[in-house]
Design a protein around this ligand. Structure first.
Ligand SMILES: Cc1ncc(COP(=O)(O)O)c(C=O)c1O
Ligand SMILES: Nc1ccccc1C(=O)C[C@H](N)C(=O)O
Length: 423
């Protein structure tokens, strides 16, 4: 447990002692009109740009300008194997083995490709279980998979719901659903960290439960990657997908990550969609071969990837490799705990935090409900230089990220909230 204090001095002292303090200056922080830094609390939506990114992208633009097609082989970072330059550091970020990880496509696309392999319904086992407040894209994706296989999406979708009057999900309720319908559920697909409440699920527990009932288990880790220690390999999950534009700071709409557990690495019987990038690298360019599938997560690639986007991912992952997810989450727990402490000072009747209190059951995001508030509260915060996120009906999400947010940011945010609430 940390001992927090009120007052700006405490925040400034924490910043001075912060081992990661130098990193804030390695990001572009959006500015207010008067030139001061905004209080940026939306790393859970779009992470900030590392100052290095431009040089990484320019390297590829320059090589393309000078080399044309030869850049595939002759560029400083040859384009043909470019995705391989990302694999090890991405695997470290999500706690996986390199053979289990690949960067490809975009998030919802990867979710569909994973379901092509891991959602293999039969007449009797065809349902998909998701959390009731799943991110809409995930819900739409699984509904369309149900329809694609000829099932009714209302009958086929099983929702894990919070209890009446609660927001967070309870594992006993998941167990009850599985006891009742486990034999009918083909796939469990959960957001590893829920986008709305910020609840970080116990991936291993869910996977073990699901596997006990014969279900496949996958996670959307969009809000987990770069935010919490996911330990995907140890979780035993069949697959996971995530994006790189949130906590992985790789730019709007950048390419996504994909994890396939090692035990599936050499399984050539799994149904999948393929393209030339799923084919053996050694003979890919012979062009007329029989299909020879690459082992591991790489074998799920289809196309040659956009190098410019990958360059931005490399810029960011190089920073993650330097710092390590362990140090980041250590600071994160302290920073978010401090934020929680300051919010509680504002009065627990006025402000309710719906995110779990246990630091092991959340990442950096706190989802806050303010009594009788509507969107005007969020608008006032915006006017005061705070970039946060409003989610209907009444939740403000704030994500102080350890790479670039300071204790002072959190202090100033709480002060601004106090001022607005007292108006
Ligand atoms: C949990 C989750 N799933 C899906 C998406 C959408 O992903 P994309 O538009 O990158 O496919 C997001 C964020 O945009 C998300 O947070
Ligand atoms: N990619 C975006 C494009 C436009 C607006 C928002 C997004 C988000 O990523 C939202 C994010 N999934 C969230 O949980 O807030």
């Amino acid at each position: 447990m940390f001992h927090y204090k009120t007052g700006l001095d405490f925040a400034l002292e924490q910043d001075r002692n912060d081992k990661l303090k130098a990193y804030r200056n390695q990001f572009h922080i959006p500015k207010n009109q008067d030139g001061s830094d905004c209080i940026y609390m939306t790393g859970n939506s779009l992470g900030l740009q590392p100052k290095n990114t431009k040089a990484y992208v320019n390297q590829e633009l320059d090589d393309w300008a000078q080399l044309g097609v030869e850049g595939h082989f002759e560029a400083k970072n040859p384009w043909l194997p470019y995705h391989e330059f990302l694999t090890k550091s991405m695997a470290n970020v999500v706690g996986a083995k390199p053979i289990e990880v690949v960067v490809m496509n975009t998030l919802t696309a990867n979710l569909h490709f994973m379901m092509v392999s891991f959602y293999q319904p039969t007449k009797t086992r065809y349902k998909i279980l998701i959390e009731s407040d799943a991110f809409p894209s995930d819900k739409y994706a699984v509904e369309s998979q149900l329809r694609h296989h000829g099932f009714d999406d209302k009958d086929g979708l099983v929702l894990w719901k919070p209890r009446k009057g609660e927001e967070l999900l309870n594992y006993e309720d998941l167990q009850t659903i599985l006891q009742e319908q486990g034999q009918e559920i083909a796939l469990i697909m959960i957001g590893g960290v829920n986008y709305y409440t910020g609840q970080y699920f116990d991936l291993k527990r869910i996977t073990q439960l699901g596997h006990e009932y014969g279900c496949k288990v996958g996670f959307d880790c969009a809000h987990g990657a770069g935010n919490v220690q996911l330990n995907l390999h140890d979780s035993g999950a069949d697959f996971a997908v995530w994006c790189t534009y949130k906590y992985l700071n790789s730019g709007p709409g950048s390419l996504a990550g994909c994890f396939v557990h090692e035990r599936h690495a050499h399984n050539k019987n799994l149904n999948r969609f393929t393209g030339w990038w799923s084919h053996n690298k050694a003979t890919r360019f012979n062009m007329r071969n029989e299909f020879d599938q690459l082992p591991g997560a790489e074998g799920w690639q289809l196309s040659n990837p956009p190098i410019l986007s990958m360059a931005a991912i490399k810029a960011s992952l190089d920073m993650f490799s330097e710092v390590g997810i362990e140090q980041l989450t250590e600071k994160s727990k302290k920073l978010t705990g401090y934020f929680e402490f300051l919010l509680k000072q504002l009065g627990e009747d006025t402000i309710r935090i719906i995110t779990p209190e246990n630091p092991n059951e959340r990442g950096c995001q706190l989802s806050i409900q303010v009594k009788n508030a509507d969107k005007s509260l969020h608008d006032k915060l915006t006017q005061a230089g705070v970039i946060s996120d409003w989610r209907e009906p009444d939740v403000i999400r704030c994500a102080p990220t350890p790479f670039y947010n300071s204790f002072e940011d959190v202090y100033r945010l709480a002060e601004k909230l106090k001022t607005i609430l007292n108006e």
